[in-house]
Design a protein around this ligand. Structure first.
Ligand code: ACO
Length: 327
């Protein structure tokens, strides 16, 4: 049987500090009622001290311990993030150094909220070709570092968090079965950080115009997200001849409960099959999907058919179909 890339462990990390809807209503003109009904979010975590690599370090150390792996055994680390420690070097390099993964190389991958599925699909290639035995894919974002806490349309949505998975070869048919990934750069105007890159380097003007924060035109993004996340999730089912009975779990990007519901409906899935933790963590961008797997890990069974699906800035979107590899 051909070699597939199986997830053999998952670990999350969340900072301790909780920012509730109640707390936010004291900072901006909003309410628990508005946030809950429009998004499903009740609270989110905020990292007070430290960077994305610190969350990554915690998650990866936990993952190594849990899977009984030494840091030296890791071949490659892919870090999906839009909040790297620095423009360069990569956060993957920093995490490798902090954890002592001396034999690994690594790189960062930017695909906003689709970062983790892009990373999963990419990391799997190195396993499927037989080149590597142990690849770690990290999804991490310290969104609080690029959120404007004067902008009520974005500050209520995002939180900080990290998840990491181990990918290893499998020859029994478990692991990653298929993926469908898309991007459409013409959507970049609706969801982006305007300044700080080569298009608009940092200046006094960009800081004064608050252009180093997330800019999102929520209504536009919502429209594209609902359609594309539902379409790609249904498409990967069709492509793999999966009925709604065959799918055990949907792992949807946690941006908005209404987008999650629309995707699940389109796939014909009942609520019990949908992983949801948006109420606790908000949108942690590249962190949402591995954090869902981590939260639901105990309920997963070997052989479960799982569809991960996401939509994010870029625009980027897609779905991954995998068979869970362990009990
Ligand atoms: N509290 C109270 N009122 C608010 C708040 C708030 N926090 N935010 C906005 N409002 C107001 C608006 O000002 C507007 O008022 P108006 O009608 O007087 O102008 C009203 O509420 C409705 O605003 P909308 O933007 O139309 O609200 P909507 O129902 O669309 O919800 C939201 C906004 C939650 C952002 C939604 O559009 C959404 O989820 N969009 C998609 C987000 C997404 O999927 N992003 C992609 C992933 S993120 C990434 O890749 C980094």
């Amino acid at each position: 049987m051909k070699t597939t890339a199986a997830i053999t462990g998952v670990q999350g990390y969340l900072p301790d500090h909780i920012l509730s809807n109640e707390d936010l209503s004291k900072i901006v003109d909003t309410s628990d009622e508005w946030i809950t009904t429009r998004t499903g979010i009740k609270e989110r975590r905020i990292m007070k001290d430290g960077a994305s690599s610190d969350m990554g370090e915690h998650a990866v150390r936990g993952l190594l311990e849990k899977t009984g792996t030494s840091a030296e055994e890791i071949d490659l680390v892919i870090v999906a993030t839009v909040t790297p420690d620095y423009p360069f070097p990569s956060t993957a390099n920093v995490i490798c150094d902090k954890v002592g993964m001396k034999n690994a190389w690594g790189y960062d991958l930017i695909a906003a909220c689709s970062g983790f599925i892009y990373g999963l699909a990419t990391g799997a290639q190195f396993i499927e070709t037989g080149r590597y035995k142990k690849v770690i894919v990290v999804g991490v974002d310290k969104m609080s570092s690029i959120i404007d806490y004067q902008d009520r349309t974005t500050c209520v949505i995002f939180g900080d968090g990290c998840g990491a998975v181990m990918l290893e070869p499998d020859t029994e048919g478990f692991g990653l079965q298929d993926f469908m990934l898309h991007s459409d750069g013409s959507g970049r105007q609706y969801l982006l950080q305007k300044a700080g890159g080569s298009a608009k380097p940092a200046s006094i003007e960009t800081v004064e115009a608050r252009e180093h924060y997330v800019h999102q035109e929520g209504k536009q993004v919502f429209k594209f997200a609902v359609t594309n996340m539902a379409d790609v999730s249904a498409a990967i089912m069709d492509k793999n001849n999966l009925t709604s009975d065959d799918v055990d779990w949907l792992v949807p990007h946690q941006a908005n409960l209404r987008i999650i519901d629309a995707t699940a409906n389109r796939m014909g899935l009942s609520k019990e099959k949908v992983m949801i933790n948006i109420q606790k963590y908000g949108n942690t961008t590249a962190g949402t999907l591995p954090l869902c797997l981590w939260d639901y890990e105990k309920q997963l069974k070997k052989g479960d058919n799982i569809i991960l699906s996401a939509f994010g800035g870029g625009f980027t979107w897609g779905a991954v179909y995998l068979k869970w590899a362990y009990n």
